[in-house]
Design a protein around this ligand. Structure first.
Ligand code: ZN
Length: 305
């Protein structure tokens, strides 16, 4: 099993989705450049959703065009339907992540249609993207429970994952959108997921809503997950999870992984500089993440040193 772990920074999408501050395109690009110089090779830089609903992503096309110029980076974009996918493809996105919810009620609230309708859309997007050089990943929101519906059957998540892998998903990402997951549940679901999707890579998207985020990362690592989403300073949340704090903090996640002997290629000095930069950029936001407050332990050595 590989020791390499990829942390995908999703702060520019999941992080900026809910906060009050509206960053300019120029400031977003400055964040992207700093993150890349701290060793990151994949970032979800935007979301192709209707600009009327989320004006903070109205520069999505420009962000993709500019990010594509950074040669070390694979910029990715979130899409929820065919229209969004087409916009992302036209902008030149190298990877899109299509999201549907395992919870019917969440899917209705989020994208206004049944989960099976979203599944058909995914199939169509795969068809559209066949002759284009683009990766189409799949993310299953509310895989571990839903704040509207309550529990979400494991079987339903696995069925959707299997179906999307068969259709041609480049990755299956299980998301704990509302922060309901616990490590036993994570182990159980990823252990079964492996059997369902064969060699399609697994990814995990955890929120730290109830303090379980990093424990869930460890549980997923034990089941072979080597791709994790995280946001700088734990920015983010979910519109359907009242009071929810954000994603797991990128800096804490990287520190955990390196402490356990995994290789993230992250330069911690640059990462902590970026965190300070973001605290100036977002003075009205509550920043999370312990490493940003405490700094590295004096005997901490990561693989770069
Ligand atoms: Zn999220």
């Amino acid at each position: 099993m590989s020791n390499l772990v990829n942390i995908r920074e999703v702060g520019l999408r999941d992080g900026l989705q809910l906060i009050k501050t509206n960053l300019s395109t120029e400031l977003k690009l400055s964040w992207i450049n700093k993150q890349v110089s701290a060793g990151f090779t994949e970032m979800e830089v935007t979301s192709f959703v209707p600009p009327k609903l989320l004006p903070q992503f109205s520069d999505a096309t420009d962000i993709i065009i500019q990010s594509n110029k950074i040669k070390e980076l694979k910029p990715t974009a979130l899409v929820l339907n065919i229209k969004g996918a087409i916009r992302a493809i036209e902008a030149g996105a190298k990877k899109i992540t299509f999201v549907l919810s395992a919870s019917e009620k969440h899917n209705q609230s989020n994208v206004n249609c049944a989960t099976d309708q979203s599944l058909s859309m995914f199939d169509e997007i795969i068809e559209i993207s066949k002759d284009i050089k683009i990766e189409v990943a799949a993310a299953i929101a509310t895989s571990f429970g839903c704040s509207i519906q309550g529990s979400v059957p494991e079987m339903r998540v696995l069925e959707l994952a299997k179906e999307m892998a068969k259709m041609g998903a480049s990755e299956i990402n299980l998301a704990d959108t509302v922060g309901y997951a616990n490590p036993n549940q994570v182990k159980s679901l990823f252990s079964e997921l492996k059997n369902q999707i064969g060699c399609t890579p697994m990814a995990a998207h955890f929120h730290d809503t109830r303090g379980m985020g990093l424990a869930n990362v460890v549980a997923a690592l034990q089941e072979g997950v080597r791709r994790f989403d995280a946001t700088m300073a734990g920015l983010g949340g979910c519109p359907f999870a009242p009071g929810a704090s954000g994603n797991i903090a990128t800096e804490d996640c990287a520190y955990l992984l390196e402490s356990l002997g995994f290789d993230t290629s992250v330069d911690f000095d640059k990462l902590l500089e970026l965190r300070s930069y973001l605290s100036n950029l977002l003075p009205h936001e509550k920043l999370e993440g312990r490493l940003g407050f405490a700094g590295k332990a004096i005997n901490f050595k990561n693989k770069l040193l």
